[in-house]
Write a protein that binds this ligand. Sequence first.
Ligand code: NAD
Ligand code: UDP
Length: 319
Amino acid sequence: MKKILITGAAGFLGSHLCDRFVKEDFRVIAMDNLITGDLKNIEHLFKLENFEFYHHDVSKFVHVAGTLDYILHFASPASPIDYLKIPIQTLKVGSLGTHNLLGLAKEKNARILIASTSEVYGDPLVHPQTEEYYGNVNTIGPRGVYDEAKRFQESITMAYHTYHGLETRIARIFNTYGPRMRLNDGRVVPAFIGQALRGEDLTVFGEGLQTRSFCYVDDLIEGIYRLLFSNYVYPVNLGNPNEITIRDFAEEIIKLTGTDQKVIYKPLPVDDPLQRQPNIAKAKEILDWEPTILRSEGMKQTLEYFKSLSKEELSKSEH
Ligand code: NAD
Ligand code: UDP
């Protein structure tokens, strides 16, 4: 049985990765310090023999007993309000945490895939974004703690590949949504659905003319899976190119939830990217991958999940 370490395992993407690799008959070592994650996302796996969980901060030395074949490094706060609240931990997990996991991969002769992000492109001046674009990041702006940690993460990962011959993979993940997102993590999907379900108006930041392209979690997990087992060491964009303005997205949620709430406008956060859409030609060519789940379908699944939460959980609002 192959053994895989998944960091950030109690988070949104990490928990779905745990499900996938358990299903594929891997021995899954899940690690998380629960700073933004929740054990509820993986507690259904606790009874399984091929699953174990370690409560650990990966910015500190990481030890795993015995052999290890693969590492997926997904630990990091991922929502703007999270990384604004814990900027130093965000910088540390992207830099020191990544260094620790690369060192572990080298010691164990394991292949490592790191979760990078479309945020390495910052507020992009090239649209849609290709992997060749170097980005437009404000290093000292509020989002810099996340963006620069991820840019450093890519650099150190490439350096371990070049200088130590380590087997590395880099996924540049674009906005992904689905069940197990934290309702109050401030990201737009849980924010709008939570507001609609609580009967509150939907808060659009700025004029809502900024765009995002939302990928359903099942599609993303398939892309990560294929990238891990590919031979490609350079960054690969993974996301859904279907782009929408945030204002139109709010209207979609109002329709989907059948509420009669209005859209209200709040100030645009500093350095909020104006446009974001992945060019996924590389993923199509190298991984034979592209998203298959329409936003209408993915949002229905996501709404079902949020509706299944208790009233208490639903009442926790971030705004
Ligand atoms: P999330 O907040 O739901 O999950 C992150 C997990 O990492 C949490 O469980 C948290 O407790 C854990 N964690 C954070 N710091 C840690 C540390 N020092 N040690 C151990 N565990 C730690 O976020 P997510 O959306 O699941 O994102 C997962 C990864 O994917 C992140 O690296 C993020 O940057 C990347 N990513 C996500 C998206 C997206 O749209 N969801 C887009 C681009 C990149
Ligand atoms: N956004 C919004 N209202 C909210 C939360 C977010 O209008 O209540 C906007 C935010 O300003 C951004 C977009 O939605 O332009 C996506 O935000 P999110 O935090 O989900 O992701 P990111 O900015 O990291 O892509």
